[in-house]
Design a protein. Structure first.
Length: 287
């Protein structure tokens, strides 16, 4: 029998990118496995016999997570059930976590740096990591950051739609991170899977983000400039207002600098993340 990859989170941007590389994987949507229904998770997973489970599902709305218990159920409690299933069936798990497990006080975070989330989303993601590490047979956790793609409902597409609609653009210069394309992360996971399945001692926590860092303001500037330059239609350049994050009056606190250091994944799996500007340019050209 070949390797069966079971992917949870079928309709998310990462799964859509991964499907292009692994069309023969089994993809489950939230209709097929609802991570809010904690007691049903193991029962549903038992219908499959995967070689590895990739959890790409998450509650990703940082502001809604402040007061929505689905954040805790999906990002934290469900991970314990995944871990129990993994242990019972001796099936390894690859799980996607977040830069928001950090408080943003230093930037260029290493895997061993102290996690200290400042919002409910980050706390749930951290607890999810811990639940998997404590309960699973083997797990490999990849923390990533500021994920975007050419698919709908992500930061890149929202900014492009604003440019097309000639809406005002404002970006915070005090929120810094590592913009990362979902396609580059999917490619990294595709390379990791065979090596990890061949040697489960490679499990643990890794960071994967495109190289370099940017503020939200700088990211919006780059999207704006690349889109106008590469678009087949002519769009008028827009003025981008530089603001502080407090300008947006958001429910959830945002960490100052959660840029990630990806050296460990390079040395362990020989995966070199490309520069964030190069990756963004590629995504915009190919959208």
């Amino acid at each position: 029998m070949g390797v069966l990859i079971l992917v949870i989170g079928k309709h998310g941007q990462l799964a859509k990118c991964f499907r292009k590389l692994k069309p023969d994987a089994c993809f489950l949507s939230s209709q097929q496995i609802n991570l809010c229904e904690i007691k049903k998770i193991q029962e549903i997973l038992s219908l499959y016999k995967p070689s590895v489970i990739c959890n790409f599902a998450a509650f990703n709305n940082v502001d809604e997570a402040e007061n929505n218990n689905n954040n805790n159920l999906i990002n934290s409690e469900a991970m314990r059930e995944l871990g129990k299933f993994s242990m019972a069936r001796k099936i390894p798990i690859i799980h996607i976590s977040s830069d928001y497990v950090f408080d943003g006080s230093k930037g260029n975070y290493l895997e061993e740096d102290r996690a200290n989330p400042i919002n409910q989303y980050g706390l749930a993601k951290l607890n999810g990591e811990r639940n998997l590490l404590e309960s699973s047979y083997s797990c490999l956790i990849i923390r990533t950051a500021w994920l975007y793609s050419r698919f709908k409902n992500n930061f890149l597409e929202k900014i492009i739609l604003n440019i097309i609609d000639k809406k005002e653009l404002s970006g915070a210069d005090d929120c810094i991170g590592s913009p990362t394309s979902a396609s580059s992360l999917a490619s990294a996971i595709n390379k990791i899977i065979p090596k990890y399945l061949n040697d489960l001692s490679l499990g643990g926590i890794y960071h994967f983000a495109n190289q370099g860092s940017a503020s939200r303001y700088e990211l919006i500037q780059e999207i704006h400039n690349l889109f106008i330059k590469n678009s087949s239609k002519k769009y008028m350049p827009l003025e981008i207002t530089k603001v502080k994050n407090s300008f947006f009056n958001l429910p959830a606190k945002r960490p100052h600098d959660t840029s990630l250091n990806s050296d460990k994944i390079l040395t362990t799996f020989d995966i070199m993340p490309s520069n964030w500007k190069e990756e963004l340019n590629k995504e915009i050209i190919n959208r």
